[in-house]
Design a binder for this molecule. Sequence first.
Ligand code: SF4
Length: 408
Amino acid sequence: MPARTLSEKLAILSDAAKYDASCASSGGQRRDSRDGKGLGSSGGSGICHAYAPDGRCISLLKILMTNFCIYDCAYCVNRATSRVERARFSVEEVVKLTVEFYRRNYIEGLFLSSGIIRSPDDTMADMVRIARTLREQEGFRGYIHLKTIPDAAPELIDEAGRWADRLSINVEMPTEAGLNRLAPEKDAKGIRKAMAEVRLRREASREASYTGKRKARFAPAGQSTQVIVGADAADDHAILSQSTNLYANYGLSRVYYSAFSPIPDASKVLPLARPPLLREHRLYQADWLLRFYGFEVGEIASRGMLDLDVDPKLAWALENRAAFPVDVNRAAKEMLLRVPGFGTKTVQRLLAARRHRTLRYEDLAAMGAVMKHAKPFIVAAGWSPRGLTDAAALRARFAPPPEQLSLF
Ligand code: SF4
């Protein structure tokens, strides 16, 4: 086989990386090279771009070091038995690409993952070498997110955290049984142990030292993980329960949900029963409600699966109409957060404003509320929904009309 050019490798290995959802650079440490020392700068928060396969909005160079892999995870397009084109970057090639893209202002950082070549330690050692070379030799101050291989030696994970802004270790499946069946070479306990170690190292790096000396940085933007949705029979309740435990136990900055896309010869995975991207989207919305709106998993996924027709907060309100309408001038913060169309910022503004005056319906839109959703569920000066809250047809105002299935 003739040697591949760098651009051919880039085409294969950026396309292979598109299945990994776990990259976002929010929370990274702010670095700046406008002092003339080093190269590039990374924004402190809010950056969340990826190297899209269609070339859109390139802010992170998102690639695999290689899509060769000795493991055979049934849900993965790069598994050992998959018949895909393979390619491998050398350490120097990844460094060169990152620096060149950065200099041309195409990217703000690197998201690097990899199939497992030879052994977890060898693979992790190459990834660490890329990050170290970028930081030490190239003076690279952009964002680096490294996918960590859980079975790799602790000293390699230690070093990875020293150079990277964020580390992620994928839990992959919503349940241990699912992981055992679809990725038998992976070990759920090993994955959790590695995540716990990353958490401990991060905490240790932030503790004050007795000498007053700053401790070595360790993944300042935190750790994240990815769960593949739809490859096994786990329902949304199981997925969200797992996420709740992951946030609580490992101090994760984010759980990413990656809709499983069927692969031609993946015989062990389930055929898709629900539109995968819509399911993924609803899980992100539900995850947000659990983290910032005070909902419990059992409330929003009480039937096992989330409602695909309406967002989870609206679905909860429609099912719990006895709790509404809510008086925006009197209700507690916890209840205001449950009003469809009210975000956390809207609630903050509303609470601040009502200390000084009585809020009218017209005030709420100016505070950022989505009144189309909120209107049946609130009372304000000059507005009462009357029978609208309990109207039998209320759900139909929000849910898309049922489609006639095609006979052909
Ligand atoms: S180890 Fe990673 S790259 Fe290899 S088959 Fe499993 S999921 Fe795919």
